[in-house]
Write a protein that binds this ligand. Structure first.
Ligand SMILES: *[C@@H]1O[C@H](CO)[C@@H](O)[C@H](O)[C@H]1NC(C)=O
Ligand SMILES: *[C@@H]1O[C@H](CO)[C@@H](O)[C@H](O)[C@H]1NC(C)=O
Ligand SMILES: *[C@@H]1O[C@H](CO)[C@@H](O)[C@H](O)[C@H]1NC(C)=O
Ligand SMILES: *[C@@H]1O[C@H](CO)[C@@H](O)[C@H](O)[C@H]1NC(C)=O
Ligand SMILES: *[C@@H]1O[C@H](CO)[C@@H](O)[C@H](O)[C@H]1NC(C)=O
Ligand SMILES: *[C@@H]1O[C@H](CO)[C@@H](O)[C@H](O)[C@H]1NC(C)=O
Length: 575
């Protein structure tokens, strides 16, 4: 989700990464009215919590804990050096406050990274201190009175404005620009680079200097001379002079997979190792640089278009890998056009990055999965913000018309329903958040309230202790799902047929429980909101089984030449 990405970027204020790419999430439809600094506040509280807990775990001073945290960060992207710089600047104040036994909430308010707007509730993560809050805060303010660092926190909108970071920001920006040709998020180009919307997101380009070579196209001259569709099959069989692509792929009905999704589709994920002091080590942050350049998404591991082996030891594969296994001619033909914050209402802003030429390319299976943002808002009163069934209907139809004019004939579109997100509260509210596990002091209930209070929650409707509100949100989600169902059964398009699949969280919960798992293990622990990798792969499995059983023509035939393709071309050159 957009806001969580911002939190992390803001956490960079202290330890992470002070660069701003234009690769930030979709856009901001609904800017908050107050607490413009909510993300700064959460970033501060999270980082301060980690420092405090590292000190506790290692029986060390706050100073040593901060240095330990910096030492764990990778050198790449200047993470480590930035961390030391930040510690040098903010460290002395933080040490004074933590040594006086102040909680992360108090420290962040005293340093003015968090603020209480007059007339609004006080936002805090930890239980309020036993001595009255006001008194403690006064004391904390006394300690840092006149400190030069206060002026930084007051002007921290862009961390690169901080004088001591300006130089390093410049270096990072130019390092990025020089090392990776920057692919605009909305470009429809395939890429030979993994991140910044490269091949982690869609099939790797096999010839960057040839615009007419890309995954998914119908082969040019049966790929006798070069691999025009990047599926790793090309050249001529010396035995009989027949091009391999013709021999192995003709009539096999190749097809690609395209996901139009949101942050769940993109697999938004903040590893709990990044904030769990008791398990933190040199290994914890090795994946941080890649994650930051992928907007904290992990499409390469996602249920729809993932191509790496699961990190959670699941045997289930992504839909893309299954399509590839079914027909090796489908190699590399995937596109994941998911965006954090995407909804039916803003899809039009990036659907044009879809890359499919009606006449030149193979048909595609398109999964439309806007599973939350139409009912999820961060506003105090989220109900008026929700997409109505009428608004929903009209935008979905617009998107389908767009697809009809861009997809090759014979394609398939599958509309994915919205989940009933009430399971989030039901399974998590009384469990401890990773920040609360060490001292058993932060539950998801508290974590959700903190985010709602700051108006940066990814989904106020479902991440709320207000049962009436949760029920209202579920009802709206159901209405929107019914709208999709109605469209799927009543509308016809010339270039694709249309189906509806429910987002059945209960079904995957049952499957998981049969294996001895618990429902809460299917939710991202840090944000307490997104389905995690296990859930995404179980969903992909459920999706595949349903389609195979009810509409097998969507998946195409099993290619009898798969073993020969593997024999001649091996792994076909990665993804
Ligand atoms: C923690 O460190 C202090 C001072 O270095 C020492 O007195 C104390 O015994 C240590 N506590 C534990 C549990 O190691
Ligand atoms: C694709 O979708 C998956 C979820 O299905 C997501 O995790 C991933 O980040 C998205 N992006 C790419 C490039 O695969
Ligand atoms: C890439 O495309 C260019 C231009 O069409 C062509 O000359 C070159 O041989 C291609 N390279 C490969 C490895 O196919
Ligand atoms: C995935 O796992 C399989 C079997 O466990 C292994 O053969 C393969 O090399 C792995 N692939 C990657 C990309 O790690
Ligand atoms: C599209 O394909 C279907 C069969 O898959 C065929 O009946 C139809 O005539 C085709 N439409 C066009 C415009 O070619
Ligand atoms: C719970 O949510 C409903 C619907 O938004 C609202 O009308 C009601 O005032 C809320 N109750 C509380 C106690 O906030």
């Amino acid at each position: 989700m957009k806001s969580l990405w911002k939190v992390l970027r803001v956490a960079s204020l202290f330890v992470l990464l002070p660069f701003h790419t234009s690769a930030s999430p979709a856009h901001d439809d609904r800017p908050g009215t107050r607490h413009a600094n909510g993300h700064v506040c959460v970033g501060c509280v999270v980082v301060l919590s980690v420092i405090e807990q590292l000190a506790q775990v290692h029986n060390a001073t706050a100073q040593a804990a901060m240095e330990r945290l910096c030492s764990y960060l990778p050198v790449k992207l200047f993470l480590k050096s930035t961390c030391y710089l930040v510690v040098r600047t903010f460290g002395p104040d933080i040490i004074k406050l933590l040594n006086a036994d102040m909680s992360a909430d108090v420290v962040c308010h005293a340093l003015e990274f968090c603020e209480q707007v007059p007339g609004q509730p006080l936002c805090h993560l930890y239980p309020l201190p036993k001595v009255a809050w006001k008194f403690t805060l006064e004391k904390a303010r006394e300690i840092v009175k006149g400190s030069p660092t206060l002026k930084y926190s007051r002007s921290s909108a862009d961390i690169c404005c901080l004088p001591f970071l300006a130089k390093i920001c410049q270096e990072i920006k130019s390092a990025i620009q020089n090392s990776v040709p920057f692919k605009d998020v909305d470009s429809d180009k395939y890429s030979v680079f993994p991140t910044l919307r490269g091949y982690h997101w869609r099939g790797r380009d096999c010839n960057d200097s040839d615009e007419m070579a890309y995954p998914g196209r119908r082969p040019d001259n049966w790929d006798a001379h070069q691999d025009s569709n990047c599926n790793g099959i090309w050249g001529v069989d010396p035995k009989d002079g027949i091009p391999y692509e013709k021999k192995f792929c003709e009539g096999s009905q190749p097809r690609g997979i395209i996901l139009l999704g949101d942050s769940a589709g993109a697999h938004f994920h903040i590893p709990p190792e990044w904030i769990t002091a008791s398990q933190m080590s040199l290994k914890s942050f090795f994946n941080l640089p890649t994650a930051l350049t992928n907007e904290l998404n992990w499409p390469q591991l996602s249920g729809a278009t993932g191509f790496l082996n699961s990190t959670s030891r699941m045997k289930e594969n992504s839909i893309y890998l299954r399509l590839r296994k079914r027909n090796r001619c489908n190699h590399r033909d995937y596109q994941n056009l998911s965006k954090n914050g995407a909804s039916s209402q803003n899809l039009e802003r990036f659907i044009e990055s879809l890359s499919r030429k009606e006449l030149l390319d193979h048909p595609a299976i398109v999964i439309y999965a806007m599973i939350g943002n139409d009912v999820c808002s961060r506003k105090i009163d989220p109900v008026p913000e929700m997409t109505t069934p009428e608004q929903f209907y009209s935008k979905v139809m617009e998107s389908l018309k767009f697809l009809n004019s861009h997809l090759p004939n014979g394609s398939h579109v599958i509309l994915y329903g919205l989940p009933d997100g009430a399971f989030l509260w039901d399974h998590l509210h009384d469990r401890y958040h990773p920040l609360g596990q060490l001292n058993e002091d932060v539950t998801y209930d508290q974590f959700y309230s903190f985010l709602s209070c700051l108006q940066i929650t990814p989904c106020h409707g479902w991440m709320s202790s207000n049962q009436t509100l949760r029920t209202l949100t579920s009802e709206r989600a159901e209405q929107l799902s019914n709208t999709l169902k109605k469209i799927a059964t009543s509308k016809k398009f010339t270039n694709f047929d249309l189906f509806y699949v429910a987002f059945d969280f209960q079904e995957i919960t049952k499957k998981w429980q049969k294996r001895g798992g618990q429902p809460w293990q299917l939710i991202e622990p840090v944000d307490g909101f997104h389905p995690n990798e296990i859930a995404l792969l179980l969903l992909a499995d459920g999706f595949w089984n349903k389609v195979q059983h009810q509409w097998p023509h969507i998946l195409g035939k099993e290619n009898p030449f798969n073993p020969q393709i593997e024999q001649v071309f091996g792994d076909q050159g990665g993804h």
